[in-house]
Every structure is written in structure tokens, then in C-alpha cells.
Design a protein around this ligand. Structure first.
Ligand SMILES: [Fe+2]
Ligand SMILES: [Fe+2]
Length: 218
């Protein structure tokens, strides 16, 4: 990667140590996923390295909003009010382009969409978003299953990763952006159904709100 030294210099100056180590983990994981799933490993590694480049306390909230406003993802004021943590991804696209001189649109797109999926994710964008979830420093319930799925199928792993994010947001009474739900629905509609365990099936049969039960009643 050309200019890697300059990017590392920027990241060590602007990110805290934990975020910097995470960025190196995402760089490496994105490279491996790209090799596994036939994408450009250089683009994946670059987007992985820089994906959190705007996640710095050195930028004021006003600067972050101004960066995001110059990205491809036009967050509304309501989006920002409800989910301020989303801001750093579109802001990152602008920092990568204007401060770090990244001109590759596919790389910039992958940085922009790494927190909220767009409605038509490219393979590279999925890879970087997934690498952000499963890089070796990440530890959370369910990460092992996502890592295992990422060994065999990108879409399966990406769907699991969106599911985990949505569950986390629900558990903490946090807002789920409509784009995330749209992307999840697009993935889920093509995914094989997970069969219900027998005990659960019996419970559902007794639940008047469940379709299976309604059919039986007719
Ligand atoms: Fe991030
Ligand atoms: Fe990240």
C-alpha cells in the first residue's frame, strides 16, 4: 500500500491506542476476507485501516457534522440527534478524501457505509463492515459464530453481523436506523430459514398471534 506510513502517522496522532490497534485488526481481517471472497485485497486493507479515521476526540462535533455533510451519506439532523455514533463513518469518508488524499471511490464508499449499510452494499463494503465486527480484538457474545460463518459465506456472515448489531441496539434501547433494517430485510429474504426447535414450535402453536395457529383455527 502506497503512503501507508503517512496513514499510520495520522492514525497514531489522531486515534487513541485502542482504536489504532482495532484499525490494524480491521486492515488485516479485511485483507483476508477479500482474498477469501475474490475482492481486491489492497482496497479492502486500505478501507479497513482508515475506516475509523474520523473517530477522534480532536474533531469537534461541529467539525464532524461538517465532514459528514460533505459525504455521500446525507444524514438528517434527526439521524444525528437519534444516533450520534453514526456520524464518524460518513465523516471518515470526507477525512479520508480531503485530509489523506484517498481518491478511490470504492474505498471511500466502504469507509462511509461501515456503520449503517446502504441499500445496495458492494462486496467490498460488506467485507469492511464485517471485518470491523470480527477483527481479532473484538469480543462480544456471538462473535465466534460470525467468525465461523465468515470462513465460508460472506452474505451469511454479514447477515449474522447485522442481526447482532440490531439485537445490541434493541437491548440498549438505542435507535435502529431504517437503512439497517432495509439491509437486514434484503439479506434475510434470501437466507435459508432457521428451523424452530420442537419445544418452541409447541409454544408457537398455542400463541394466537402466530400465523401457524391462526391457520389451525380456521
Ligand atoms: Fe467505526
Ligand atoms: Fe471500527
Amino acid at each position: 500500500m502506497e503512503n501507508r506510513e503517512a496513514y499510520i502517522k495520522y492514525l497514531t496522532q489522531y486515534l487513541d491506542e485502542k482504536r489504532f490497534r482495532h484499525s490494524l485488526g480491521v486492515e488485516q481481517t479485511a485483507r483476508e476476507l477479500a482474498e477469501r471472497f475474490g475482492e481486491d485485497a489492497g482496497q479492502a486493507a486500505l478501507a479497513g485501516l482508515l475506516h475509523d479515521c474520523a473517530k477522534s476526540r480532536k474533531y469537534t462535533p461541529e467539525q464532524m457534522r461538517a465532514f459528514a455533510a460533505r459525504s455521500r451519506f446525507q444524514l438528517s439532523q434527526e439521524d444525528i440527534r437519534l444516533s450520534p455514533h453514526l456520524l464518524h463513518a460518513p465523516a471518515g469518508e470526507t477525512v479520508a478524501r480531503e485530509t489523506l488524499g484517498i481518491a478511490d471511490d470504492a474505498v471511500l464508499g466502504a469507509i462511509c457505509w461501515h456503520t449503517v449499510p446502504s441499500d445496495h452494499m458492494s462486496k467490498l463494503e460488506k467485507i469492511v463492515s464485517l471485518a470491523d465486527m470480527i477483527e481479532p480484538n473484538r469480543e462480544f457474545p456471538g462473535v465466534k459464530a460470525i467468525r465461523q460463518a465468515a470462513q465460508r459465506d460472506l452474505d451469511e456472515a454479514f447477515l449474522l453481523s447485522m442481526k447482532r448489531t440490531i439485537l445490541h441496539l434493541l437491548e440498549h434501547n438505542m435507535v435502529v436506523h431504517p437503512y439497517t433494517l432495509t439491509a437486514y430485510n434484503q439479506g434475510a429474504v434470501n437466507a435459508p430459514r432457521v428451523p424452530q426447535p420442537a419445544a418452541k414450535r409447541r409454544k408457537i402453536a398455542g400463541n394466537p398471534r402466530h400465523k401457524a395457529h391462526q391457520k389451525k383455527e380456521r
